[in-house]
Design a protein around this ligand. Sequence first.
Ligand SMILES: [Zn+2]
Length: 162
Amino acid sequence: MEDPRRPDVPVGYEGLTRVCSQPPEDMEHRRNWEAHNLVRVPFLAPIPLAWDPKTKATQVWVHKYIQDVVTDTFMVLYTNGLWSLLEDFGGAYMYRTKRGYASKLSVHSFGMALDFCCVSNPLGKKPEMPDALVTAFTDLGWVWGGAWRRPDGQHFQYARQV
Ligand SMILES: [Zn+2]
């Protein structure tokens, strides 16, 4: 039986666009897309910002399609004593191209990705993400970027083959 709190993991840009609809390039239309598609999920304890550790993030903005997944993921991390392993927060929804690509949209542009432990897991470097964190995320359906040919250890996305 399908679990409504664990929606299907979309496959490819086609799947992402189907469940998220396409975030418009034009800023004005994008504001409207954001208003209709993004939801706020609070952190269960504040996490330092990767680029400004003195400032702490207290929430994420993600696509409403994964609101329950994100909520459950945070709860699992918190109740299993893994929350403190989230050393820093690097972003969730963010309209931008995939790093290293001129035109491909990042999964962050759909509000379907989260970055954590960015300082110790820079793009392209051998990931240092604790196994317990990776397992907690992937058990809930997330795809970990640290397993990719160009490793992105900080990156978790609720999408495959993108
Ligand atoms: Zn990322």
